[in-house]
Design a protein around this ligand. Sequence first.
Ligand SMILES: [Cu+2]
Length: 73
Amino acid sequence: MAKTLLSVPDISCEHCQHAIEGALSQEPGVHAVRVDIAAKTVSLDYDPSILTLEAVGRILDDEGYTIASATAQ
Ligand SMILES: [Cu+2]
């Protein structure tokens, strides 16, 4: 299990929160995903043997969001 904090500057409202949480929460390997609208961050608990950060980046890209940085927690 890994925890990472993703900085996603495009997050601006509840729509963004629901889009990102909805897309990631159904992904195999994701244990928990929490969007903080004010901080513009995504807190992600995931299994790196199932899901890579590169794959997370592509999923967010499909939703229209770009990860600015990822910090392991
Ligand atoms: Cu939004």
